[in-house]
Design a binder for this molecule. Structure first.
Ligand code: NAP
Length: 242
């Protein structure tokens, strides 16, 4: 069986992606870091609607945890493989750079960029060996494309993720593995709930924040057969904000 793994699948964009992929009939592994109750709710909702979902806890920024959890899953599923990988887990620790503590630089880069590296490296061999290949979708950001003041750490991590997406796409294209990035603008999730939405939405040509479902629809498309010839792309989803 071909499974999907969504990192940070317990809340926000990751949760919406889990629902979308399950709706497409794909069994989903819901990764989370600490919020087990939220992850269980996603799993239960999918299962109640006839889908197939399992929890898999690890911190994407910790190489040993990633390797341990995924090696164990692979050992328990010798006939299955993770064909769809959505590297979505990410955090924000905003500050102007001259006041940014080391920890805030490292935790943001460790989660978005190193997390992508640890998880993807572990799953690539199986994806590349199978005839049907695989799909990798990386959750980047508008900040990684244009840079955002107060987010030097986050912009650097997401820009790094975009570069990695383009390079990896070329490495694995011949093995039928596509690698793309999605770059959302402001989307209504826990990550943005402390932002002044009324003020910021005026910057968006569509005059509103996006919904997680709108991003999930794009990720679902990139994982579908219809997107089989798209690779190395960064697709913005931002209501016209650049
Ligand atoms: P969110 O609501 O804060 O949810 C974050 C998710 O990531 C949670 O499921 C959380 O798990 C998980 N997570 C955080 N650190 C992790 C770690 N080290 N290991 C495993 N899981 C971890 O965030 P969101 O808004 O959905 O954002 C999802 C992604 O989209 C991020 O990469 C973010 O940078 C990107 N993005 C968001 C926006 C936006 O406007 N919301 C815009 C552009 C890009 P727990 O529940 O266990 O804490």
């Amino acid at each position: 069986m071909k499974y999907a793994l969504v990192t940070g699948g317990s809340r926000g964009l990751g949760r919406a992606v889990c629902y979308k992929l399950a709706e497409m009939g794909i069994p989903v592994l819901i990764n989370y870091q600490s919020n087990q109750a939220a992850a269980e709710e996603v799993r239960d909702n999918i299962c109640q609607n006839g889908g197939n979902a399992t929890l898999i806890r690890f911190d994407v920024s910790k190489q040993d945890e990633v390797e341990q959890a995924l090696t164990q899953w692979e050992a328990e599923h010798p006939d299955d493989y993770i064909a769809y990988l959505v590297n979505n887990a990410g955090i924000r620790r905003d500050n102007v750079m001259f006041m940014m503590p080391d920890a805030d630089w490292h935790s943001v880069v460790d989660t978005s960029l190193n997390g992508f590296f640890y998880v993807t490296r572990q799953l690539l061999p199986k994806m590349m060996m199978r005839k049907h290949g695989g799909r990798i979708v990386n959750m980047a950001s508008l900040s990684g494309l244009k840079g955002m003041a107060g987010q030097v750490n986050y912009s650097a991590a997401k820009a790094g993720l975009i570069g990695a997406t383009k390079a990896l796409a070329q490495e694995v294209a011949a093995r039928q593995v596509t690698v793309n990035a999605v770059a959302p603008g402001f989307i209504e999730t826990d990550m943005t709930k402390d932002l002044p939405m009324d003020e910021l939405k005026n910057l968006v040509p569509m005059k509103r924040f996006g919904k997680p479902d709108e991003v999930a629809a794009l990720v679902g498309f990139l994982c579908s057969d219809a997107a089989s010839y798209i690779t190395g792309e960064v697709i913005s989803i931002n209501g016209g904000l650049y």
